[in-house]
Design a binder for this molecule. Structure first.
Ligand SMILES: [Ca+2]
Length: 174
């Protein structure tokens, strides 16, 4: 089983993109993993070959200074290939990413969800100079909204029907 995974990347850092862009990789195996022959490729096909090895649980960050891979602020995909050139992991986003937003997998965002939530959030962040982009807060806001929506759905289903609604149901059967 392949043990390395793309953990996150920052395509649009505050300030100079070339100084702040990075992606990071985690070794999820319970043992040391050699990186020889592994590579990360961006949407344009530019590759960065990894080297050395990573301990179990270790996270390693690769900056633009090392990789020379320019991460797109729009529609970027990073793919991790193992030593057999098999694509073992992928991390991507569509649309325009707001400044400071870290792309991660843990919210399991589908392309549809990203389009629905990502672009409005980008607009919201750029609409006011006083807003300091904070991806942690935005993620929390997003997550809280999801939980409230879920709870609301559950509660509505649990509320017993009133007599009026029952009559209405019977009436609609005729
Ligand atoms: Ca960029």
């Amino acid at each position: 089983m392949d043990s390395l995974e793309l953990l996150e990347f920052l395509p649009n850092p505050a300030g100079n993109d070339k100084e702040g862009e990075y992606f990071s990789i985690i070794n999820n195996a319970n043992q040391n993993q050699s990186l020889a022959g592994w590579r990360v490729q961006d949407a344009s096909g530019k590759a960065f070959w990894l080297w050395g090895s990573m301990d179990s649980g270790e996270v390693r960050q690769f900056t633009y200074q090392q990789t020379k891979i320019t991460l797109n602020n729009q529609n970027e995909t990073l793919t991790l290939f193992n030593q057999s050139s098999e694509a073992v992991d992928e991390l991507s986003f569509t649309g325009t990413v707001s400044e400071g937003r870290v792309i991660k997998k843990n919210l399991e965002l589908t392309p549809e969800l990203i389009q629905e939530y990502f672009d409005p959030l980008a607009l919201r962040a750029s609409a006011s100079d006083t807003i300091n982009p904070n991806h942690g807060t935005i993620s929390l806001w997003f997550f809280t909204s999801l939980i409230f929506a879920l709870l609301a759905t559950i509660v509505l289903k649990l509320i017993p029907k009133t007599e009026a609604e029952k009559l209405q149901d019977e009436y609609s059967n005729f």
